[in-house]
Design a protein around this ligand. Structure first.
Ligand code: NAD
Length: 306
């Protein structure tokens, strides 16, 4: 019998499908120390973002010789020491496509929030304030330019939606996908042009080693009154630089789902009236979770010929 530990939980349809194939699925979170013992008893470890799979866990699993597969239900695998796991014969997989539309829709939601004060207006109404005049200077998205940094799966979903509501879309990516301009009706541009031309900038690149993509230098090159959205990784945005730019008015508003450290620590930023924020819920939709669950079932089925 294949034994699966889902340490950050698993969608119930996926649990049922795996049990129907004769697997045992245990849903139990272990702290990092206890996880070292727990992994010894399982063939498969399924994690989301809370569980970190580091060298000591891989060493413990290797010593017991049972663990063959680690699956991250989601996109980034930064919570797993992938190279070390694979060097030790443990396959690491993720579910990269399952949540793209959900994350793109959240980025779009933050764009609407930035344009129309949705976050702060709702907040002040809950304090019994009727601040109609304060929120009178909304803007439309139609006709504005959206700059997408990182034009992969999520960036492309966002580009398609933004086009549908009448935005002009420009994109910068370190890799150019031939033919994508014609296919999606967007323009590939250099980073500096994107920064200069965009009314909204949304980041969809993985966390990069070279430091934050959105920092004081890149903000200085942006249009006055730009709106910045980050649903990628907290490390891609210098929170201090963003806060300073919000305070000076250089940046009109920001929409954030990811933070330098999580739970978010920078209260001045996340409680700023022109910041629309969510607690890293980009992939947290019913549909994305179902797709993630199905992909996990498919990966396990294939690996063990179930
Ligand atoms: P993807 O790999 O499909 O696309 C990322 C793109 O970024 C690639 O085309 C790559 O070439 C490009 N890129 C890499 N470095 C770059 C750089 N320095 N400048 C410009 N482009 C660069 O990934 P995806 O599935 O679209 O995910 C994008 C991001 O969203 C990742 O950081 C991922 O971790 C994050 N994400 C967040 C959530 C959430 O809950 N908020 C959920 C899923 C994914």
């Amino acid at each position: 019998m294949i034994k699966i530990l889902a340490s950050d939980g698993m969608e119930k349809g996926a649990v049922a499908a795996l049990e129907a194939k004769g697997c045992q699925v245990d849903q139990q979170f272990y702290d990092p120390e206890a996880l070292k013992e727990a992994v010894k008893n399982y063939d498969v470890l399924v994690v989301r973002s809370a569980t970190k799979v580091r060298v000591p866990h891989i060493d413990a699993a290797k010593e017991a010789g049972k663990l063959k597969l680690v699956i991250r239900g989601g996109v980034g695998v930064d919570n797993i020491d992938v190279k070390y796991a694979e060097e030790n014969g443990i396959t690491v997989r993720n579910t990269p496509r399952a949540s793209s539309q959900s994350v793109a829709e959240l980025a779009m939601g933050h764009m609407f929030a930035c344009a129309r004060f949705l976050s702060i207006a709702g907040h002040t109404m809950r304090e019994d304030k009727w601040e109609k005049k304060a929120y009178a200077k909304g803007i439309e998205l139609q006709g504005k330019t959206l700059g997408i940094i990182g034009f992969g799966r999520i960036g492309q979903h966002l580009g398609v939606m933004a086009k549908a509501i009448g935005m002009k879309v420009v994109a910068f990516d370190i890799f150019h996908i031939p033919g994508i301009e014609e296919q999606l009706g967007i323009n590939y541009v250099e980073m500096d042009e994107l920064l200069k031309e965009s009314d909204f900038i949304s980041v969809h690149a993985p966390a990069v080693d070279g430091g934050a993509i959105i920092n004081a230098d890149t903000i200085a090159k942006m249009k006055d009154g730009v709106c910045i959205i980050n649903t990628s990784r907290g490390a891609n945005l210098d929170e201090g630089a963003l806060l300073a730019a919000l305070e000076s008015g250089k940046v009109r508003a920001a929409g954030l789902d990811v933070y330098a450290s999580e739970p978010a620590q920078n209260k001045a930023l996340y409680s700023h009236p022109m910041v629309s924020c969510t607690p890293h819920i980009g992939a947290s939709t019913v549909e994305a979770q179902k797709r993630i669950g199905q992909e996990i079932v498919d990966i396990i089925t294939k690996q063990f010929n179930l």
